[in-house]
Ligand binder design. Structure first.
Ligand SMILES: [Cu+2]
Length: 163
């Protein structure tokens, strides 16, 4: 770049008015965005990948219960309340598939089942959902991971998987 009379030389301007570098960056950005949209469409259409769905058509409930719907199939209606999960302990045989429907009767709570991929948020007047299979016998801790008051650190539930 040559400086004449203290004024720096301007970069070359193309016929359209924008400098060539700006045009190249703009084209690269549009190609990148287009590529991302194409990957998103491919994942949704060809691979069938979708955003996890936590919205259910379950009617609101206020009491926790464990319902056996078939051999080794259960529905757990879990109510979170300062500072416990109802029902607890949940007792199920190994190999069971459990549909968890979760709500809260007071404030927002967390619902993480240790050793599984179940991680939900219990929201008052809403129901969140997750499904998991318990293969290994043992005691699984359910942990609240949303600060919910002075008893938060003691808010633990138990899922007992028997042989
Ligand atoms: Cu909590």
């Amino acid at each position: 770049m040559q400086i004449a009379h203290g004024i720096p030389e301007q970069p070359a301007i193309s016929a359209g008015g924008a400098p060539d570098l700006e045009k190249r960056v703009l084209i690269a950005s549009l190609l990148f965005a287009g590529g991302m949209l194409a990957l998103l469409a491919f994942a949704a259409v060809r691979l069938g990948i979708s955003v996890p769905d936590c919205v259910t058509d379950k009617k609101p409930f206020t009491t926790g219960e464990l319902i056996q719907v078939a051999p080794l199939r259960y529905e757990a209606h879990v109510v979170s309340k300062m500072w416990s999960f109802k029902p607890s302990p949940l007792k199920i045989p190994a190999g069971s598939v459990v549909d968890f429907y979760l709500t809260s009767s007071d404030v927002v709570h967390g619902f993480y089942i240790d050793g599984t991929d179940v991680n939900l948020t219990a929201v008052p007047n809403a129901i969140t959902y997750a499904q998991t299979r318990f293969m290994k016998p043992g005691k699984y801790q359910v942990i609240c991971h949303e600060f919910c008051g002075s008893g938060h650190h003691d808010m633990v539930g138990i899922i007992e998987v028997t042989k």
